[in-house]
Design a protein around this ligand. Sequence first.
Ligand SMILES: C[S@@+](CC[C@H](N)C(=O)[O-])C[C@H]1O[C@@H](n2cnc3c(N)ncnc32)[C@H](O)[C@@H]1O
Length: 196
Amino acid sequence: MSTTTSTASPGYWEALWAEGRRYRQPCEAEEKLMAEHLGPGRGRPALDIGTGDGRLARHLHHELGYRTTGVDCSPSAVALAAAHDSDAGSAPMWQCLDFANATLTTLPDPAYVLITCRLVYRWMDDKPAFLGRVRRLLAPGGTFWVVTEIAGRRTTTDPNRFGLGIPLADAELLTTGWSVVRTADLDVLRCYALRP
Ligand SMILES: C[S@@+](CC[C@H](N)C(=O)[O-])C[C@H]1O[C@@H](n2cnc3c(N)ncnc32)[C@H](O)[C@@H]1O
């Protein structure tokens, strides 16, 4: 009997981080979009889900001024993120957490004015449950910022890369039920700013 490992589980991601797999970093254009859509943090709480090596969380914390927590289900990713902190000054908080399954009461704040997830939504195998968890943590008037690849935009013939984008149905699910939906395109990626 064959079993399939969930792509939203520590078992799947820890092996990839531990063997040295790394992911596309935010570029200047993406950071400019964040500044435009998210605005200054002024010390308010932000949560980066699936933070990986923590680059986005550090940007939110140090450049935009959000008091940021980065969570990831892979212990190796969290260790990598924390290794960037210097002893001087404030740094994001890092927590090893399976956002799809764990209790969320261990998070440092009960609600967040900004929740981000970059290159993560694609891998959530129960997307309605994932979105429900996000909505419960998002403060009224807050923003859910999602960056994801869109299916069909790649010109590569590499079959491993075709599956990185989300199909239309998952994009529709993501954008349903918000009072504000704003999008911006960056080559194969789309950024979404969603407000309840
Ligand atoms: C493609 S990587 C993107 C990492 C980072 N956001 C970036 O933009 O570089 C997806 C990340 O999501 C994390 N992840 C996947 N499922 C998760 C879950 N259930 N809870 C928390 N993190 C998860 C993985 O460990 C991995 O670090």
